[in-house]
Design a protein around this ligand. Structure first.
Ligand code: IPM
Ligand code: MN
Length: 365
């Protein structure tokens, strides 16, 4: 039995994970892999129910699973009150740390049929294909922080140790070897000591991978280059916060944040979640795009269960739906016919149907 824990989280989380679960169930039936689903609370939903954004029960469920599928966490009541000590995002940060998920993989690809949905020019985007490796359990997200001077001064510290840089860099070099053998390591070594250590280690490690071309880039320049000429990037390796910011920016290269999946892996359990947040402004309205979560389920099939064919079919089914012209609101353009703009449930249904059509065809062949 393949155990998957589903953490729906907050905002649009439950709506979008619902469809990723439907897709996984369908794959399970058609390929005869019985998936077992268990559900746990995280984020604001968990705080409401238990007072804790990551209850022990949730963590135990995740630790005994092969994979975790997560929706999103976050609620506006905390954004408007910075004095609150217990916050939904702490649940996400703690689960990443507790499961040892130090590598966050974010693939950015342009779906040709969506090229018009991006705010960037088609000729700049066409053919762009980037794989981000974001360090996820260290850096400024986890460094010492606090207040001093009676609360009038605050600090957060960014710290990286050799082993932390080595293990994520290793994953990125391996990723580069499977692709175009080109690795951009993004840092701020002109200012930060932690970035100088980062650069030193990546330089040392490049001796082990002589075929990989390594380019070191400062983060400010990388932000600009991503928008100016995204095709120059293949694999990008970076720290926790730089990766957070750059991947949101890079979402425009794929057309929309609503399409970007991510995989967080370490040594045992994998966690799969869309790059987008909980989008409380559109929660419960049946307008959220479930594709990023469905594509995260495809990554789950591929990475946690080594089900390459199944993962491929899910990605292609999403592509089929886009090719057929169906859109959720976030990826519709002014030219999209009203009848093709669908809600979360309707687009989820279309993906399932496209999957069914594909799988029936492949049986015939
Ligand atoms: C992400 C999110 C999280 C992060 C937040 C919700 C803590 O933005 O997964 O990119 O900053 O890592
Ligand atoms: Mn983010």
């Amino acid at each position: 039995m393949h155990k998957i824990t589903v953490l729906q989280g907050d905002g649009i989380g439950p709506e979008v994970t619902k469809w990723a679960v439907e897709v996984l169930k369908y794959i399970g039936e058609r390929f005869d892999h019985p998936f077992e689903f268990d559900y746990g609370l995280i984020g604001h939903a968990a705080i409401e129910a238990t007072g804790d954004p990551l209850p022990e029960d949730t963590l135990v469920k995740c630790q005994s699973s092969k994979a975790v599928l997560l929706g999103a966490v976050g609620h506006p009541m905390y954004d408007n009150d910075p004095s609150l000590k217990v916050r939904p995002e702490q649940g996400l940060l703690r689960i990443r740390k507790a499961l040892g998920l130090y590598t966050n993989i974010r693939p950015i690809k342009i779906f040709d049929e969506l090229i018009e949905a991006s705010s960037l020019k088609p000729e700049i985007l066409s053919g762009a294909d980037i794989l981000f490796f974001r360090e996820l359990t260290g850096g400024i997200y986890f460094g010492e922080r606090g207040r001093k001077d009676d609360g009038h001064t605050a600090f957060d510290t960014k710290q990286y140790s050799r082993y932390e840089v080595e293990r994520i860099a290793e994953k990125a070099f391996q990723g580069a070897m499977k692709r175009d053998k080109k690795l951009h390591s993004v840092d701020k070594a002109n200012v930060l000591e932690s970035s100088r250590l980062w650069r030193e280690i990546v330089q040392e490690m490049s001796a082990k991978y002589p075929e990989v071309e390594v380019i070191h880039m400062f983060v400010d320049n990388a932000a600009m280059q991503l928008i100016k000429n995204p095709k120059q990037f293949d694999v990008v390796l970076t720290g926790n916060m730089f990766g957070d910011i750059l991947t949101d920016a890079a979402s425009q290269i794929s057309g929309s944040l609503g399409l970007l999946p991510s995989a967080s892996v370490g040594d045992v359990v994998g966690l799969f979640e869309p790059v987008h947040g909980s989008a409380p402004d559109i929660a419960g309205q049946n307008v959220a795009n479930p594709m990023a979560t469905i594509l995260s389920a495809a990554l789950l099939l591929d990475i946690s269960f080594d089900m390459k064919e199944e993962a491929e079919q899910v990605i292609k089914a999403v592509d089929d739906v886009l090719l057929a012209g169906f859109r959720t609101r976030d990826i519709a353009s002014e030219e999209t016919a009203k009848s093709l703009v669908l809600g979360t449930n309707e687009i989820g249904q279309e993906v399932l149907q496209a999957l069914e059509v594909r799988l029936n065809q492949s049986v015939v062949i």
